[in-house]
Every structure is written in structure tokens, then in C-alpha cells.
Design a protein around this ligand. Structure first.
Ligand code: ZN
Length: 351
């Protein structure tokens, strides 16, 4: 099903490219700029089972994206500068921001050298527990569990279910089924289930954050680079919309305070974990404002329009998705036609 959806989206992007419809749509949907959303940047691997592949692009694709933006004369600016341009209504030049979620070490090792080549600023949103080495990246733990087993036994809604994991294809559908179901569970239930699965299948869940994410020491050096802005991404990488209000505000405010204390610099930009409608709505947008953030980004697809100045804690982004790393789609993404298509041709979606 996911593969089918991927193919439909790819076909849509290619249709826009081939028909050049994005040039016609551009004056209406391009907006004044866009915020790109990335996670991992690292060389491609040829393992057959990579269920989180949409979360990673290669350094080469990042390079191609920056080359394209420069060729279009689009300014690459920090979130701070984007905030200024929105507030002061300085829309003389189109802009792009680059944002990376979760604080992965490959952002330093593979993205930073490319960003330096283009003198391009970028923001990395850190979940403070990940930097502490105690956070739980359950979607990675789930991938590791399924990679180690021939079949997975789970209790789904009171029924013991056995999922085949003997081929890459079976592993992918087992992952999709468990991942989509787990996203609907309360935070503690996800945690308990993953702990049980990791124990049963011999995965060291506690090592994952340290393996993948930069520690405070690493972040201190990384944050010294003038191109780098560090933003917050909650303490525990929880779904804020599922927390009671006090807990949600604490995730916002305490993650900010912890990062500021560790890195000795102000933290004024935020990204909502998961970031879709299930994870960030009007209450979270207000809480991010109350916690003192100047901007907060969602994972809702869209370009930046002047009207976004009234919704600075509900900003949409354009995903650089690992499943569509084709240079031909870059003009489509920067035209805004692709995100407009996903949004049913509404410009701003902040409700
Ligand atoms: Zn995240």
C-alpha cells in the first residue's frame, strides 16, 4: 500500500514535470519561499529492508538541491532571517530554509560539508533526550527488531497476531502495519511495547540514540559553526497533541531550557515531532508561542506566503523525501505545485 502511494506521488510529480504545469501554477502557488524538511543525510546503502528510507537523502541529492536553488537565484537563509523577512514583510527575493529534525550525527558528517560548500545556513531541531543518549527512537528500534526476526508476534487489540518477516517484502509490510498502529497508541504504550519487543528479539534499544544522534559535547562544537542554528524538538520526541496541556507545555519549555543550558545560546525555533494533524494543531501552536518560540514548523506540506506571518508557530514545510530523490522533481518542489496538489490547492493550512 505504501509502495502504491509512493508510486502515485512519484507519478504526480513526474506528470507536473513533464507537462510543465508547475510553471503555469508558479505565480499562484510559489509563495515567497519555502522551508525544506530533512532528517538523515548519508550515503545510500543497499540493504533490501529500509523502512525508514523516506527519512534519508544522499549528500549528492542535497548538493543537487542547493545547486538548483542557487541557479534559480533563491536566497538560502536561516530561520532567524526568515522570521525577520516575514515580520518586516521583506519579500523582495524568494528564499529557502533548510531544517533537519532529531539531531542526527550524519547532519554533521554529511550535510555540513555540503552546506559549507554553498555557504548555506541551516537549522537542526534537537530532542533533548536524544542528545542525552536516553531518548527512544522507536521507529528505528522497530526496524531493528523486524530485521532480526523471521516472524513477529504482537498483541494487537487483545489478539495475538503473528506477522511474517521472512523476506524483505514481508518485513516491509510487517513494519508498515506495526508502525501505523503504534502511531495511534499512547506514548507509554509505545514505550512498553518496544521495550518488550527489543528484549524478546535481542535489540539494545538504549544504544540507539547514542549511535545515531549527536551528544551534548558534539552539539556544542557543531553549534559553534556560524551556519548552524540549533532549535528544539521536545524532550522525549512525543506526540504533543496526545499530552495533557501542562505536560505538552513542559515538553516545549523544558526542552528549550535544557538545550539553552547545555549549549549556552538562545533557542528560539521549534519543530513539532511527527508534525502532522495528529501531532500539532491550534492548541500546540498556541503553546509554542507561550513557550516563547519565534517560529515553529510542522510537517504539513506547503510553501511560505506573506500570510504565514500571522501563523509563525504553524509553518508548513516541503519534504526532501528519500523515496523521490530525482533531480527532475526539484523545479516542481520549488514551484509550490507539488505541495499545492497535496493541499487541494489551498494556500495556508494553519487550522
Ligand atoms: Zn523528529
Amino acid at each position: 500500500m505504501k509502495q502504491f502511494r509512493n508510486n502515485v506521488i512519484r507519478a504526480g510529480l513526474e506528470a507536473l514535470y513533464v507537462t510543465r504545469a508547475h510553471y503555469l501554477l508558479r505565480p499562484i502557488f510559489a509563495g515567497v519561499g519555502g522551508i525544506f524538511m530533512l532528517h538523515h543525510v548519508r550515503p545510500s546503502r543497499d540493504a533490501g529492508f529500509q523502512p525508514n528510507h523516506h527519512l534519508e537523502i544522499t549528500p549528492e541529492f542535497l548538493h543537487a538541491t542547493l545547486t538548483h536553488l542557487r541557479a534559480c537565484g533563491i536566497d538560502i537563509i536561516s530561520m532567524e532571517e526568515m522570521h525577520r523577512r516575514l515580520v518586516e514583510r521583506d519579500f523582495g527575493r524568494r528564499f529557502a530554509c533548510f531544517t533537519f529534525d532529531d539531531g542526527y550525527r550524519d547532519n554533521r558528517d554529511f550535510a555540513l560539508p555540503v552546506m559549507r560548500e554553498f555557504d548555506a545556513p541551516f537549522t537542526v531541531y534537537v530532542a533533548s533526550d536524544f542528545a542525552q543518549g536516553t531518548g527512544r527512537l522507536w521507529w528505528v528500534a522497530l526496524q531493528k527488531v523486524i530485521a532480526r526476526a523471521d516472524s513477529i508476534e504482537v498483541d494487537i487489540g487483545g489478539t495475538a497476531v503473528r506477522l511474517d518477516a521472512s523476506t524483505d517484502e514481508a518485513r516491509q509490510s510487517a513494519f508498515d502495519r506495526l508502525h501505523d498502529w503504534m502511531r495511534t497508541l499512547p506514548e507509554q504504550a509505545i514505550r512498553d511495547l518496544m521495550t518488550a519487543l527489543c528484549l524478546r528479539y535481542g535489540v539494545d534499544e538504549n544504544a540507539i540514540a547514542g549511535e545515531l544522534c549527536m551528544s551534548w559535547d558534539e552539539l556544542r562544537l557543531f553549534a559553534d559553526d556560524p551556519l548552524v542554528t540549533i532549535g528544539a524538538h521536545t524532550i522525549s520526541h512525543c506526540n504533543l497533541a496526545r499530552q495533557v496541556e501542562d505536560a505538552a507545555l513542559d515538553e516545549l519549555a523544558t526542552s528549550r531550557a535544557r538545550i539553552e543550558a547545555e549549549l549556552q545560546r538562545p533557542v528560539t525555533h521549534f519543530a513539532y515531532p511527527y508534525g502532522d494533524r495528529m501531532a500539532a494543531g491550534p492548541r500546540e501552536f498556541a503553546l509554542a508561542r507561550a513557550a516563547g518560540f519565534k517560529t515553529a514548523v510542522t510537517t504539513r506540506p506547503g510553501m511560505i506566503f506573506p500570510g504565514c506571518a500571522d501563523h509563525l508557530t504553524a509553518l508548513p514545510r516541503v519534504s526532501l523525501n528519500g523515496n523521490y530523490q530525482d533531480q527532475r522533481i526539484l523545479p516542481v518542489l520549488t514551484s509550490g505545485a507539488a505541495t499545492a496538489m497535496w493541499n487541494g490547492f489551498r494556500r495556508i493550512d494553519a487550522a
